[in-house]
Design a protein around this ligand. Structure first.
Ligand code: SAM
Length: 262
């Protein structure tokens, strides 16, 4: 009998953000193929008898190609095994799940997607940034800063609505280019932004700045993502601890948003 492949989201890192379904599958899988960004605390849920492969490809040092990952999933399923393909965050957000689903369909392998908490949501929750806010932000745009390779599509929307919150995954450290890209898409240079490093993990850090000052930001440890939008003014006070940041918060139009009606 052919096995089954589960494309499972592991969330942003905090093991408590794993879904019950993901935990159950990690405990019962025959094989786990995981990305680099999966935290040790999450890998610790996998029984020692399970075959575990790190199929991550970080920093351009390709240990294993995408085609080889497809082959591993298919071969193990054809052996009748239950395979968990464990991805950081949610598998359907910048996680190549589309390509993996296509490969599994072509091979006639049954599969299921188990959603996870995407890192933007983990980062926003911990920094207390409401990604949408009915008086400030009516849209959330997820983009990738990763430079496109051949055949990849990485153009940002030509025009980002002024009241949108933008989350840049894989922003890298070329903050000047990222700021230019945001400006080209119509984002104002005074718009606040937050770099969130290692969201939901014990060493999480948040650096708040504006699009015009983004290039002065420190290189925080990877993985990072960038949240851009007026809603960043509502971040938790400890993320806004520096003097000038306090000024920028108190000058905020957000501080005068109408109160919710009881
Ligand atoms: C290949 S993408 C995978 C995204 C993932 N599928 C998700 O839904 O979060 C990897 C990028 O996700 C972001 N990321 C993942 N985990 C993160 C974390 N704990 N803190 C900050 N950013 C994270 C970073 O931008 C990283 O470069």
């Amino acid at each position: 009998m052919t096995g089954k492949v589960y494309l499972v989201g592991a969330g942003p890192g905090d093991p408590e953000l794993l879904t019950l379904k993901a935990l159950k599958l990690l405990r019962s899988a025959d094989v786990v193929l995981h990305d680099d960004l999966i935290s040790a605390d999450i890998l610790a849920f996998i029984p020692s008898s399970t075959l575990v492969h790190n199929v991550g490809k970080r920093f351009g040092q390709k240990r294993i190609s995408q085609t080889e990952i497809h082959a591993l999933m298919v071969q193990n399923a054809l052996l009748g095994l239950q395979v968990v393909r464990l991805k950081s965050g949610d598998p359907l957000i910048f996680g190549r799940a589309g390509e993996e689903m296509e490969a599994l369909r072509q091979a006639g392998i049954e599969f299921e997607i188990v959603p996870g908490v995407t890192s933007a949501f983990g980062a926003a929750a911990n920094a207390q940034i409401p990604l949408s806010h009915r008086h400030v932000s009516s849209a959330v745009v997820l983009v990738t800063g990763h430079h496109a390779g051949a055949g990849e599509f990485a153009d940002w929307p030509a025009k980002i609505p002024t009241d949108a919150t933008v989350v840049v995954y894989m922003p890298g450290y070329d903050y000047r280019s990222t700021a230019q890209q945001l400006l080209r898409a119509g984002v104002a240079d005074t718009t606040p932004c937050a770099i969130v490093s290692q969201a939901t993990l014990p060493n999480e850090q948040v650096h708040v700045t504006t699009v015009e000052d983004l290039h002065r930001s420190p290189r925080l440890p990877s993985p990072t993502l960038l949240v851009v939008g007026e809603v960043v003014r509502l971040a938790k006070p400890s993320a806004l601890q520096f003097g000038w940041q306090r000024d920028f918060v108190s000058n905020s139009s957000v501080s005068s948003v109408p109160q919710e009606r009881a």
